[in-house]
Ligand binder design. Structure first.
Ligand SMILES: NC(=O)c1ccc[n+]([C@@H]2O[C@H](COP(=O)([O-])OP(=O)(O)OC[C@H]3O[C@@H](n4cnc5c(N)ncnc54)[C@H](OP(=O)(O)O)[C@@H]3O)[C@@H](O)[C@H]2O)c1
Length: 322
């Protein structure tokens, strides 16, 4: 019998709370398929569930992004078959050798896209897609500030925006990271110096949009980098959650807009998911996106992967392999 295990959390805490649990390979319920995992994508969100920042009932089966071959198909699933390679960003349970997922949440992976690459881009690439296309449909000539530009989401969002003709001011936490970021304006200054740098690069115009997944540490610098009626997109909390804000600060900043989006709302139906996946995989096929796997860990060493991600020492995507 094939052995199967998953990485779980019985009590919230640091990376050390992640433990391995053996389990029986699930059978698919009606409408589900079971996949044998080939690669898991690591996401900062996984650390929020581990710590308890995002609530979930304990014990938590960690992970939100994985790719594998279908090994069993549940009743009522017509368009997927055993042997198909699919991926999912369905929340929970991705750090596992086997996983039952709703067929409606399964994305068929195009031929020619390696499972590790697919796992690297699924959640982070679909996030880049909605940030660039929907939350703020950036267009040629717009000026955008992107934080953590060498990171998982950042390394996909920056080329996506550059391809649209956006002037991207890309910030990273170190010179080594900044050297890996495409485009003319890759910076690694202290956060507090960003508004001045943006002023210089934009000739005083400032940004139409700021994409900020860092959260608490960058909030003030991000707001100060916007032009009047600019859009602040706060999509993550890598440095901690943004404290409650005073609406009057938005007026004083120049009638600013703020939004706090999440991927699930942008791929809530199979149609939305398929349309977003097409945009993502089209950009990989055409070479606009060149997904980078910066680090690979064994699935059983997920705690080490969390330590690397939270210490800001990763670049690109990180993969866990069973
Ligand atoms: N809302 C959504 O739909 C959605 C979906 C996916 C991801 N996200 C969010 O997007 C962000 C990026 O996720 P990711 O998985 O791609 O991670 P990542 O960008 O690969 O890693 C996080 C990066 O945040 C930066 N950072 C700045 N201050 C930090 C601090 N105090 N502690 C840790 N990191 C810090 C670091 O980059 P530098 O050193 O370059 O500053 C670090 O590499 C996260 O906030 C995540 O929650 C949101």
């Amino acid at each position: 019998m094939t052995s199967s295990y998953r990485m779980i959390v019985r009590a919230h805490g640091g990376p050390e709370v992640i433990e391995r649990e053996d389990f029986a390979i699930p059978s698919p319920a009606p409408g589900e398929v079971v996949i044998e995992t080939e690669a898991v994508g690591l996401n900062f969100i996984d650390t929020y569930y581990r710590k308890g920042l995002y609530p979930d009932a304990l014990p938590i089966s960690l992970g939100s992004e994985s790719v594998g071959r279908i090994v069993a198909v549940g009743e009522g699933v017509a368009d997927l078959a055993v042997g198909d390679r699919v991926g999912t960003t369905q929340n929970g349970g991705a750090y596992a050798t086997h996983r039952a997922i709703p067929a409606a949440k399964a994305m068929r992976i195009p031929e020619g896209v390696a499972p590790e690459i697919a796992a690297a881009v699924m959640l982070k690439g679909l996030t880049s897609c909605y940030l660039a296309e929907d939350t703020f449909p950036a267009k040629a000539g717009d000026v955008a500030l992107v934080h953590s530009a060498a990171g998982g989401v950042g390394s996909l969002l920056v080329p996506w925006l550059l391809d649209k003709g956006v002037t991207v001011i890309a910030h990273s936490g170190s010179a080594e990271k900044a050297a890996q970021v495409p485009g003319e304006h890759s910076l690694h200054c202290p956060f507090a110096e960003l508004p001045e740098a943006v002023r210089d690069i934009s000739g005083g115009a400032m940004c139409n949009v700021v994409y900020d997944g860092v959260g608490a540490a960058t909030w003030e610098a991000s707001l100060a980098s916007l032009r009047k009626r600019g859009m602040m997109v706060s999509y993550g909390n890598a440095s901690g959650t943004v404290p409650p804000i005073a609406l009057l600060d938005l007026m004083r900043g120049g009638s600013l807009y703020v939004t706090r989006p999440t991927l699930a709302d942008h791929v809530a139906t199979p149609e939305l998911l398929a349309a977003s996946a097409k945009k993502l995989f089209d950009r990989i096929a055409s070479g606009v996106l060149k997904p980078k796997i910066g680090q690979t860990f064994a699935l059983k060493d997920a705690a080490d992967a969390h330590r690397a991600l939270e210490s800001r020492s990763t670049t690109g995507s990180t993969i866990l392999v069973p």
